[in-house]
Every structure is written in C-alpha cells, then in structure tokens.
Design a protein around this ligand. Sequence first.
Ligand SMILES: NC(=O)c1ccc[n+]([C@@H]2O[C@H](COP(=O)([O-])OP(=O)(O)OC[C@H]3O[C@@H](n4cnc5c(N)ncnc54)[C@H](O)[C@@H]3O)[C@@H](O)[C@H]2O)c1
Ligand SMILES: [Zn+2]
Length: 361
Amino acid sequence: MSFSVKTKVQIGEENLDFLKNLTNSRVLFVCDPFVVKSRMIDKFTSLVNPKSQIRIYDKIKPDPSIEIVREIKKDLMDFRADYVIAIGGGSCIDASKASIYDYYRSNGSKLVFIVIPTTAGTGSELTNFAVITEADNKKVLIDDLMLADYALLIPSLTRSVPNFISADTGMDVLTHGLEAYISKNANTFTDVLALKAIDLVFSSLKKVYDDGDRVSLRKNMIEASAMAGMAFNNAGLGICHSLAHTIGGNFHISHGRLNAILLPYVLKYNAENSEYARLKLNKLAENYGLSSYIDLIDKIRSLASSMGIPTNLRGLGKIDQYQYESSLDKMAEAAMNDMCTPTNPSIVIKYDLRNLLSDAF
Ligand SMILES: NC(=O)c1ccc[n+]([C@@H]2O[C@H](COP(=O)([O-])OP(=O)(O)OC[C@H]3O[C@@H](n4cnc5c(N)ncnc54)[C@H](O)[C@@H]3O)[C@@H](O)[C@H]2O)c1
Ligand SMILES: [Zn+2]
C-alpha cells in the first residue's frame, strides 16, 4: 500500500499574495481564450509584482492536442519561464502538465508549477495524469514530473461555469470517486477521500446545476474534485475512463458527459464480475439507505437524468450510428490498452469492452 500527495493545496483567494512577492521572475500563464475574454485572468496578472515579466499562452482548446502541448513547451523555452500558472479546466491543466513533462525531459531547469482550476471536475490539479489527443486518440500520460507544486482552489472562479458544464464536470468527479473506490489499488486512505467526494457530489451537484451562484456549494464541488483527484492519483481509475477516452477521441464529446452515461453500465458490469466491487458498492449503497448496488446505480442514473444527461450515447444525438458501429473494434482495442484499464476491479478482455460500448449506445 502506498499513498502520497506532493501538491500543497490552498483554498481561497487570500492565497494569491505570493504573486506580489515574485521579483525578477518570468511567469507564464496558460489558459483558454475564455479566461482572457472574461477578464478572469486580470485578477492574477494585476497582482504579479511589476519587477517580474509575464507572458500569456491563451490558445487552449478542449481535449488538447499534442500540437498545443508543443506550442506551450516552445513558449516555456523561449521565455525561460520559472513559474507556470495554469488557470482553467482539465484541458488547460493537462496541456500545461504535458508541456512541462516534455520540457523537463529535454533538460529544462526546475520551475514552479501552480494550478488554479476553474471547473470542479477533473481533479487534474492533484494528479500525475494528463490526457492529450493525438490523431483521434486520447492518450493518458502518467508521470510524477507533472505533479503541481501548488493547487489553489478558488470556488468563486467556478461560478461562471454554465449549468450543463457543471453537470458534466460534476459527474466526472463522481466517476473518479467511484472508480477509485472500487479500483484494484484502493486502500483505506484513498477510500476516505473517494467516499467524501462521492458524498459531496450527491449532496451538492444538483443544487449547483439549479443555481450556480451558490458559492458555498461550488466550494463543496471544487473540494470534492480535488479529493477525488487525490484518491485516483493513488488508487487509479477503471474502464469507465478507458471507454470515455476512446469515444471522446473519436467523437469529440465532453469527457464528463461520456463518463456520466457510461458509469451505470460499467458499475453493473463490475458488480456482476467482481465480488470485491459488488461488496464495496453494496456497502456504499447501505450508507444511503439503499438495499444494494442496483439501487445505487439507479440513484446515479436519476442524478444524471435530472440534469438533462441521456441514459445512452444515442440520446446525445451527436454520434452517427454507422460510424460508431464501424469503430467498435478499434475503440475496444484502444480501451483495452488505456492506462486506466489495469486498475479496473474485474479483469476485462476486448470482447467485454466491445459489448459495453455496444450496450451503452
Ligand atoms: N488529468 C486528469 O487527471 C484528468 C481527469 C479527468 C479528465 N481529464 C481531461 O480533462 C479534460 C476536460 O476538462 P474539463 O472537464 O475541466 O473541461 P475543459 O477544460 O475542456 O473546459 C470545458 C469548457 O468549459 C469552459 N470553462 C472552464 N472554466 C470555466 C468557467 N469558470 N466559466 C465558464 N466556462 C468555463 C472552457 O472554456 C471550455 O469551453 C478532458 O480532456 C479530459 O480527458 C483529465
Ligand atoms: Zn475523468
């Protein structure tokens, strides 16, 4: 058993004062165009001590490509950054992480990496995972070189997240919590974090979806996201993520929404094929006064439906059936080789993954 957290987690805006104290530093901000247009970035750039230099890379796109990673790395080298501050959702954080990984591997000198998430979702601020898209494949990179030095959680930044994105990212948190909880590598430490994250999602997500201005509930969600991140960074994930990665790479659908749809199918499969997963899910169901994992899956499905998420992939209305069916073999193969598959509680073969892909359509 092992458990570690390298990143210092700080919660609240009062932790931004360090920006005033940076002298003679070169600070590279990484974000997507929204963070600049909405002027969210001004709060941070205006605090940086004038004796330091700033550069902004603002071309992040959802599901970041390898080309974006290369551009950021080039900026890191040209600017000779000693601080990198990633402000954004998982796409921004992952692209920053992958570029830092590349930079270190080409002998770049040590820099300070600060992550400020603006969605309550991926938990990427606390993980050594980065998901990068290359030629329709979402590749998972795992390496401790990508762990942030600081994760600053500022709940008010997530207030502007539209409710459908709150739903998707929140269901991603739930999936991280549940996959970490039944992962092969789960332990008591990861369980505590996963269970608390799951609980916060059940108590807060629908309320945030209904009224995103409730910052105290946004705080619950951003904390849940970070806790689920710590849990899965140590325990690993499972095939819900493997399947979401390959469908996302091929059909460009939001990561959280895919997890939300796939999760009930995958939990049922795991409960039926792994006694360990079934017992743990039954225990979790008991915490909510439910009689078994079957009711727990219903509870998850109801939460997703209450936020307008369909119960199958067809319901998204965005995936061409012929194209999907002709990609089944290729997607099952990619999911089989995904870095999240080895920690799934039941052993899978390509045939099982193909069936799950088919059922979820
Ligand atoms: N590294 C990990 O551990 C990990 C875990 C899960 C998922 N991921 C990856 O992360 C990516 C998804 O990240 P995400 O779900 O955070 O979405 P995202 O970063 O792709 O952002 C989704 C959209 O939300 C907008 N947005 C972000 N913050 C906002 C705010 N405060 N107000 C208004 N709009 C805002 C963005 O501009 C974007 O249009 C996927 O590529 C996924 O595979 C990584
Ligand atoms: Zn995820």
